[in-house]
Write a protein that binds this ligand. Structure first.
Ligand code: CA
Ligand code: CA
Length: 325
């Protein structure tokens, strides 16, 4: 049923307010110290599995064999009000900009005002460790959790690793959440993956605090967007370290366009919008945009989302949500 323009405008305002309230409550909870104590935090130490040169440690046994649970069949014809949002139980639905169809996603953390609420970073995620043959770092990534899984901290100084949500996502997602390095120690690579097909095919956004030239190549300060496509497991540090890319890794948007490094003890906000051939990554510090990357690359139309880390300890992730757009 179509609604009048004034109703749409009012509805949008109410949705915006609702989103702000949801987020404010979570922030207030944090500020009030409503966080499990340190020894109450759950810690995962991924097990070894050299099958594909890396490790995939499923953290949600219940989710095994049910990888498509997040994706919902659009299945409804007949049109809708462009940009309209609604919840159908725990399914968030948004009407496409041309009003032709709904884009839907089952929200692991529940649906509120047509948006997916922050999801648990503890349940329904897996870690993939890239076991390199030419790097001295043999430490695995180590994630621990607080506030019922809404906060995750990667504490190790690890080999390249991806910590990804197992939900299959539709074409057209927005991911938002806060993150930062809460230490002065080190200046290495943090970031995100999306369009994740498997450990040889994905988009990689990475961000370095300071330039470093070493035997693995030149890693330049700043943020970059890359697409990884390899016919065999990634086993060389060069693939993850070299800003210029390798035969397996193509740099789509280089560090020179976003040369600002991340700062210690600073909370950043990720806003990623990923549609087929339309990628937009923004990192904000407060209201200031410190990284802005766009690409019309079409290699992957959709895929899973995750955190990336190469040799950077004390990275904290808070209140991440993935919604359809
Ligand atoms: Ca530092
Ligand atoms: Ca390091």
């Amino acid at each position: 049923m179509r609604k009048s323009t004034s109703c749409d405008s009012f509805r949008q305002k109410m949705l915006d307010i609702s989103r702000q309230v949801t987020r404010s409550i979570a922030v207030l909870l944090l500020a009030a110290g409503c966080t499990p104590s340190e020894d109450g935090a759950d810690t995962r130490m991924p097990g070894a599995d050299a099958e594909d040169g890396g490790t995939d440690s499923g953290q949600s046994r219940a989710a095994e064999g049910d990888e498509d649970r997040g994706e919902v069949d659009a299945g409804e014809d007949g049109g809708c009000t462009p940009e309209a949002r609604e919840c159908d139980g725990d399914v968030a639905r948004v009407c496409a900009s041309d009003g032709s169809r709904w884009n839907s996603l089952r929200c692991a953390g529940g649906c509120e005002a047509g948006e997916c609420a922050p999801l648990s970073l503890e349940t329904g995620w897996s870690v993939h460790q890239f076991r390199l043959t030419d790097d001295s770092i043999k430490t695995e990534a180590n994630y621990s959790f607080a506030m019922d899984g809404l906060i995750a901290t990667q504490s190790a100084n690890p080999m390249p690793s991806v910590y990804y949500n197992e939900t299959s996502l539709p074409e057209g997602i927005r991911v938002s959440g806060s993150f930062g390095v809460h230490a002065t120690q080190d200046d290495d690579l943090i970031g995100f993956v999306f369009g994740w097909q498997d450990a040889q095919r994905f988009y990689l956004f990475d961000w370095k605090q300071a330039t470093q030239d070493d035997p693995c190549g030149l890693a330049e300060v700043g943020a970059a967007l890359k697409v990884v496509q390899a016919s065999s497991p990634l086993e060389s540090c060069e693939d993850f370290w070299t800003s210029a890319g390798t035969e397996h890794v193509t740099t789509l948007v280089g560090n020179e366009q976003n040369p600002t490094g991340w700062q210690d003890h600073t909370v950043y906000e990720l806003v990623l919008e990923f549609r087929p051939g339309d990628i937009h990554v923004q990192i904000l510090q407060g209201t200031e945009v410190v990284v802005d990357i766009r690409s019309d690359d079409t290699t992957f139309r959709s895929g899973k989302f995750g955190f990336f880390n190469y040799s950077q300890e004390a990275v904290r992730y808070e209140l991440f949500s993935i919604s359809p757009i």
